[in-house]
Design a protein around this ligand. Structure first.
Ligand code: C5P
Length: 236
């Protein structure tokens, strides 16, 4: 295992722009763009504002992680990946359960953009997962889907901070692990249940931490970012 401490620099933080207003998103990118690795644009912002919001964030100096979680037949996902690559994004997501051919099709079209695979949504509990038709332990399902996606060419996996250590052991060292569900010490957990602090997530082996509300809703967003980066660097 390489010394992963040196991999985590200011570049390891991704800010989730979960908001409706593209002007506010671009403004925040301008304000804190130099400090963070990327801005995550999800369905809410993208569907409401259209692809123009990605261009605005990039013009403001931010890299974009487009989180639309593609899940379709390989040809459709390939075409979608070609389209989003043209926007100049740096990362985008697909569902690992779309299968190896679908993940490979995304990777083939991705160019420089990194393909991140989602295994099981953290909103699903054991019963929900059984209802879908997946048996066995949740952790085993997550590892199985993560390996499938990685073997098909995914650059990384989106996972809960509580799965990071397990996946870090199960996958190769170069596989990127990206974790939402991060809450700095002393802040509200909001609707997130399975959370970890920035320090814990880094210690467990995460490469990128996705943080939304603790930054977006902070009174001083720059200070909130700096505090999180500080926790990541100290990871104690
Ligand atoms: O505001 P908060 O820090 O909870 O935002 C986390 C972001 O990560 C949101 O955009 C959420 O949709 C996303 N996400 C998550 N859990 C997952 C996958 C994505 O919280 N398993």
């Amino acid at each position: 295992m390489p010394d992963r401490e040196c991999d985590i620099v200011a570049g390891g933080l991704m800010v989730a722009l979960d908001m409706d207003d593209p002007g506010e998103a671009a403004g925040l990118a301008q304000e804190i763009g130099g400090k963070v690795a990327a801005f995550k644009v999800g369905s809410q912002l993208f569907c409401g504002s259209g692809p123009g919001v990605v261009r605005r964030i990039r013009e403001a100096g931010g890299q974009v992680f487009l989180d639309l979680k593609f899940h379709d037949i390989p040809n459709t996902v390939k075409k979608a990946a070609e389209a989003v690559k043209e926007l100049g994004i740096s990362f985008f997501t697909v569902h690992a359960s779309g299968g190896a051919r679908m993940v490979a099709a995304a990777k083939e079209a991705a160019g420089e953009a990194k393909v991140l695979a989602v295994t099981l949504l953290t909103s699903l509990d054991k019963k929900n997962i059984e209802d879908i038709g997946f048996g066995g332990e949740v952790k085993e399902q997550v590892v199985r889907l993560a390996r499938l996606a990685r073997n098909a060419g995914a650059d990384g996996i989106v996972c809960s901070p509580l799965e990071v250590a397990h996946l870090r052991k199960a996958l190769d060292d170069q596989c990127l692990l990206v974790t939402p569900g991060i809450r700095p010490a002393g802040t509200s957990s909001d609707d997130q249940a399975r959370i970890a602090t920035p320090a814990q997530a880094v210690r467990e082996g995460a490469d990128y931490l996705v943080v939304g509300r603790p930054i977006v809703q902070a009174e001083d967003r720059v200070l909130a970012v700096e505090r999180i980066l500080e926790e990541m660097r100290g990871h104690n």
